[in-house]
Design a protein around this ligand. Structure first.
Ligand code: ZN
Ligand code: ZN
Length: 156
């Protein structure tokens, strides 16, 4: 069943954002959707089973719970990464240039975002995550973050 529809607000994406860090959710709504109304989220939070599958399928190098997609805050899913895709004629597309344009606009605007197309050994073009500097600010401000060591490393 189709859940994603192009436009400024997509119900399918909003559902995914319920399990995402508010800062990356805001970035998606105010940067990505404004620039690319046909952009959607394939993954925000991944539970253990989904992360195990992602590792098995070679989509992630990070075993549970070390991926930013596995981040939890106060016992609730709080993904600090989003995997995106584009819908073209009803089909999902993952063209690198499309994601590059999103990254470029984010860089220019100074958004606290890192792009998998830049930092992964094998380009993970659809992957965007909160930058380490923005995570550090958060850790310092509330002192409750328990994943700081793992988040220093690059991830999928
Ligand atoms: Zn969507
Ligand atoms: Zn990802």
């Amino acid at each position: 069943m189709r859940v994603h529809y192009d436009g400024p607000v997509c119900a399918g994406c909003e559902k995914k954002l319920l399990q995402a860090d508010p800062r990356i959710a805001k970035w998606f709504r105010t940067r990505v959707k404004v620039l690319k109304p046909d952009c959607h989220i394939s993954w925000s939070f991944r539970g253990k089973e989904d992360q195990d599958d992602a590792v098995k399928e070679g989509k992630s190098e990070k075993p549970w719970p070390s991926s930013l997609h596995n981040a939890v805050q106060n016992g609730k899913p709080c993904s600090r990464a989003l995997d995106l895709f584009r819908i073209v004629n009803g089909k999902a597309e993952f063209a690198p240039g499309y994601f590059f344009a999103i990254w470029e606009a984010s860089e220019k605007a100074g958004d606290p975002i890192r792009w998998g197309g830049k930092f992964k050994s094998i380009g993970d073009y659809c992957h965007f995550e909160l930058s380490e500097s923005s995570l550090r600010i958060k850790e310092n401000s509330n002192g409750q973050d328990q994943k700081s060591d793992q988040e220093e490393s690059q991830e999928s």
